[in-house]
Design a protein around this ligand. Sequence first.
Ligand code: ZN
Length: 245
Amino acid sequence: MNLKGYKVISGIIGCVTGLRIGGTSNTIEIGGLDNPVIKNPIDDWPYIPGSSFKGKMRSLLEWDLGVVSPNGDPHTCKDAKCVICRIFGNSEEVEKGPTRGIFRDAFLSERSKKDLQSMRETKGLVYAEIKYENRINRLKGKAEHPRPMERVPAGTEFSFEIDYRVFDINDNGNVDNQNFQWLLHGLWLLEQDALGSSGSRGYGQIKFGSYDKDNKFVPGRVLVDKHEEPIKDRYNEITGQTKRQ
Ligand SMILES: [Zn+2]
């Protein structure tokens, strides 16, 4: 087995709606919020942990490939060529080599830092908006139990990067090169779904894209080793089957 090289997917995650990835309130302050978003403790900027990004894409791909385990635990198997286990890892003792995907934490773009900084100065909000969620009492028809939730406002942009290792396991890297298409497909799946919590309430809708030369966010394409790749449904192309019309 030897490492043939790395493929790098990079680009921008644009928040179409408010994004909430929960953090912890590790400082007790009067009037402090119970439900903050995760932030870098050094500078207070919100970020998207690589683990959240990876975990969500993994579960969406497991559903799409039909390999969700009956008890709902993350998929695991002993197939050395398994797409899920190779890209995302498992603890089975099979000679499949190391986990191929490395999901980096995604940090705010410079432009979004400026936007959030000005929101802090004008509205006193620490780099996130506060949205009140409640539930409707069915009999009284009234909203009850309002609770404040912090979220990153719509329009915020994060730079992301996924590194993918291609190993030659007596196959010249062919299996890893084929599986890489599933990783790109996973970006499309994420756009259809949501990142972070409260997706069913509209949170966490995202678009992948890149900046043009004027630093304007253009959705629809990311970079793979500096070449543009469209975000699209690749299921039929990869499998040769027509699951979706
Ligand atoms: Zn597997």
